[in-house]
Design a protein around this ligand. Structure first.
Ligand code: F3S
Length: 399
């Protein structure tokens, strides 16, 4: 693998121990994937932030990198943490967990990482341009960056994302290269796809069909004529969760779709396929639901506005988490949405989400509009699930 003189100096330890370790990680990764060189990245997004996932082993590695003089060379933000940094007691998070989570954030802070914890960094300033090389880690955000924005990133792990942050580099392989961005499968959708659960079900149906494929799986999805930002973030979260997909194209909607010919391999998805995908995520009865959450991926201001409209003058009867980033919550505060939502008894779970927070054993069944949240609610916390349209989730919280 060719390294520039500057990259060789980093590898030789001339910029300190942490940066040397970071270059060792990246060159090892490059060798494994056959990269010929490194490329500069414009931004980084790091996952593996919740202390519940990191534990002491992960935390001590972060501390070693911070103590070793690691400093970010590009704009870097974090995935959700295990708690709302300012409001964790209201969410039932213990003081012991909070202390450990603060140690994690402190290590990132010492390295110059912007400790805004969110899976939708593109909503508040970590927004790459078309064609820009980046190194992001959260699977839904990686898919959104590749597919919707047309930026270029592999799905990084926590250590490789941090290594990219400390060096400003990543090995040139995978979705950074033109040849791996070409569609490999034509998915013809013959069903109405309009609301978030429809897009989530579409992602699940595609993912279920292509899971057995290896290599770079890039669906070109035809038959979807409209999708807003929120629909697309739902699709990205779902298709990444169920199919490991990091890039798709939709003619007329995503920026690279017109650059490619239709792939020869194809499959058709009908309304029946989407209904089946939804049914598989509806394992709880209405009576069993004792936890409601919206914001997987983290909510946009438009979605919070809609929740405020629906909750105005109402009272929630179940634990209801509104998960979003702190900058978006700040805008909701200013617009008066937060006051309406909290007066109704719902809770903001800012900086975190219903998947990475340590809530196993606290609830029986989750109602949500997110196919990804359904997957992890069961896989991680053993909750039953109800997948509903956005407005109905809010109504469910008030039943
Ligand atoms: Fe984001 Fe948590 Fe869902 S990280 S995509 S809200 S599982």
């Amino acid at each position: 693998m060719h390294l520039t003189p500057e990259e060789q100096a980093l590898l030789a330890g001339e910029a300190g121990h942490a940066t040397q370790k970071a270059m060792e990680i990246l060159t090892a990764l490059g060798r494994i994937y056959g990269a010929e060189r490194m490329i500069a990245v414009g931004s980084v997004q790091i996952s593996g932030v919740s202390y519940a996932n990191l534990g002491e082993a992960g935390l001590s590695w972060l501390a070693e990198m911070a103590d070793g003089g690691g400093k970010t060379r590009v704009f870097t933000t974090l995935n959700p943490a295990g708690m709302d940094i300012e409001n964790y007691t209201n969410l039932g998070i213990s003081e012991e967990f909070a202390e450990n989570q603060r140690r994690v954030l402190s290590a990132f802070d010492r390295m110059g990482v912007v400790t805004t914890c969110s899976c939708t960094p593109y909503l508040f300033g970590n927004l790459p341009r078309f064609g820009e090389h980046i190194a992001w880690a959260e699977s839904s955000a990686v898919c959104y960056a590749n597919a919707v924005i047309g930026a270029r990133t592999n799905r990084e792990g926590g250590p490789s994302a941090l290594a990219a942050a400390l060096t400003g580099r990543t090995p040139a392989y995978g979705y950074h290269l033109d040849e791996n961005r070409q569609p490999t499968l034509h998915v013809q959708v013959k069903a109405a796809v309009t609301k978030n659960p429809d897009f989530g079900a579409l992602g699940k149906a595609i993912g279920d069909r292509i899971q057995s494929q290896s290599g770079y799986r890039v669906p070109l999805i035809s038959g979807v004529s409209e999708a807003n930002l929120e629909n697309l973030k739902s699709l990205c979260a779902s298709i990444a969760t169920y199919g490991g997909v990091a890039l798709f194209h939709i003619p007329g909607i995503t920026p690279e779709a017109s650059a490619y010919a239709l792939p020869t391999e194809s499959l058709t998805l009908t309304d029946e396929d989407l209904q089946r995908a939804k049914q598989e995520l509806n394992t709880a009865s209405r009576e069993e639901v004792d936890f409601v959450s919206l914001g997987c991926p983290h909510l946009s201001l438009r979605e919070i506005h809609r929740i405020a409209e629906l909750l105005n003058g109402k009272r929630v009867t179940k634990e209801f988490w509104i998960t979003t980033s702190r900058p978006v919550k700040g805008m909701a505060d200013r617009m008066g949405y937060t006051e309406i939502i909290e007066t109704a008894g719902a809770k903001f779970a800012t900086d975190t989400c219903c998947v990475v927070a340590p809530i196993k054993g606290r609830f029986t069944a989750l109602a949500t509009d997110s196919a990804k949240a359904c997957y992890y609610a069961y896989a991680k916390n053993n909750f039953k699930t109800r997948l509903l349209p956005f407005d109905e989730v809010v109504r469910e919280a008030c039943q």
